[in-house]
Design a protein around this ligand. Structure first.
Ligand SMILES: [Zn+2]
Length: 95
C-alpha cells in the first residue's frame, strides 16, 4: 500500500515537528490522547497547505516557509495546548 501519491497537508507535518518542544516548554500532558487533541485543534485553526510529493525533508520545507506562516503555526499550537491544559480529555475514555 502506498500513500505517496495522495496530497498531504504539510501543515500537519510542521505541527508534529514543533509539537515536542512546545509540549516540553509548556508542561502540558503529553499522553497520546492529549497530543492528538492538540494536533487536531491546531490543524483546525490553520489553513491547509497541500503538497503532492510526500516524504520530503521537513526541515527544507520549514525553511522555505515564510516567517509569518511559521509564527502562525506556533501560535496555533500554543493556543491548542492552552485549551487542552484547561480541559484534558485523557481521563474521559470516550474516544
Ligand atoms: Zn493527557
Amino acid at each position: 500500500m502506498s500513500a505517496k501519491k495522495l496530497p498531504k497537508n504539510i501543515i500537519e507535518d510542521l505541527i508534529i515537528y514543533k509539537l515536542d518542544d512546545l509540549i516540553q516548554s509548556t508542561g502540558v500532558c503529553s499522553c497520546d490522547r492529549c497530543r492528538a487533541d492538540i494536533i487536531a485543534i491546531a490543524l483546525n485553526k490553520l489553513p491547509s497547505r497541500y503538497v503532492t510529493s510526500a516524504g520530503g525533508d521537513i526541515m527544507a520545507r520549514m525553511q522555505s516557509m515564510d516567517d509569518q506562516t511559521q509564527a502562525n503555526i506556533t501560535t496555533a499550537i500554543l493556543k491548542a495546548i492552552e485549551q487542552v491544559k484547561k480541559k484534558p480529555h485523557h481521563d474521559r475514555g470516550d474516544y
